[in-house]
Design a binder for this molecule. Sequence first.
Ligand code: G3I
Length: 461
Amino acid sequence: MNEPSRFRPERPTWRARLRRALAMGVVGILASAGVVILSGTAEAATTLGASAAEQGRYFGTAVAVNRLSESDYTATLNREFNSATAENEMKWDALEPQRGSFQFDTADRFMNHARGQGMDVRGHTLVWHSQLPGWVNSLGAGDLRTAMNNHITRVMQQYRGQIDSWDVVNEAFQDGSSGARRPSPFQNLLGNGFIEEAFRTARAADPAAKLCYNDYNTDGQNAKSNAVYNMVRDFKARGVPIDCVGFQSHFNSQSPVPSDYRANLQRFADLGVDVQITELDIEGSGTAQANSYRTVVNACLQVSRCNGITVWGVTDKYSWRASGTPLLFDGNYNKKPAYTAVLEALGGEPGGDPDPDPGTGGCSVTYDETDRWGDRFNGRVTVRAGSSAISGWTTTVTVSSAQDISTTWNGSPTWDSSGNVMTMRPNGNGGLAAGATTSFGFTVMANGDWSQPRLGGCTAA
Ligand code: G3I
């Protein structure tokens, strides 16, 4: 998880590995993901993330940390997506509400969840005119430059090596035909050069992260996208560090998917940058919405430097424009026609269940990381009974030889002679009704090795 991750969108996710394992006829346990594989035959990917990974791309979503406590939200997020962007929690007002006083707790929760699930992460966003804390607006030019560079540096260093792409500067150009820069404290006091300076500071702070410029209404060829294009061309010509351009892609009937969407992505890619669809949502419903989503996915697949797609939320009910029902899951987490269109465009097949039902008399286990500190992390294993009640269960957790499990809770552990394999049984009789869950937890001392624990199978009594 900790390696520099510039090229990680190309790397197969656990779901891709799951599919390959199935295709090879492997029957066993994919322990790192905590997924019990009960039987194996070759089959197409059945989730957005796995299907995208088969195409060498990611499929991500914006995540609202305060929704992670809702089990359907988290289950859908974990099952379907292999990349995540914090919807609000990594913006300037959230991370540095007072000058020099950084608040990383909520963003850390987001990072722990995403990384615990093996997701790639897009960082959003370092320099933006919106969601700025009030103190930024009262600075003079010298202080503003210092504050901007300090903000970029502190935030990027906090997550150094853990973010695949950062939106370094967001929405710096005006809408309409002028092609001008948008007024903002940065533009007004520092001039055009603030964008270049932000990118140079960002490269120094985390050399492994791809550095993106991100904007909306730049999805087709128009005055605004031409202005961004000219800036990127200039940056590439002068060696200003920029790796990617994000196309937000917020669409509705007034602003539909442009007919030159693919061509516009391609012309940016031809400048020598990656392109990413970063905040996709399309208002509408039914077949029309599905067709628009399909067009967007196909456009990305046709541009080799299009790394992946992020939709701007998991479910319609929490969308920033919920009344337009712009996302892939409805308010009850049902898959919409748009979901099926996206999955099929990615080469996946609907209908599969990536978390196999443990069946009568069985149980299954899944893992997630719940906290991380400088030297340790907490893991949680959730045990789920199958379609009939069980009266006890046993599973194993294996950590690497460098790591130590220092504490456990909600279970009775025993250890093998190496000390790396913990067999966990319930406290008490461990009875679980059909479909019910329980969980146990443990602290792993990393000792420099941040690899995820591997789960064995779940055996029910
Ligand atoms: O969390 C508070 C809550 O405590 C309070 O009661 C409530 C009252 O208004 O506000 C809540 O905060 C809101 C926050 O979303 C979380 O829901 C803010 O008011 C609201 O302004 C904020 O909106 C966000 C918006 O950016 C801000 O500009 C949206 O969630 C977020 O989806 C949206 O995302 C932007 C991208 O960052 C950049 N591109 C455009 C995109 C859509 O606008």
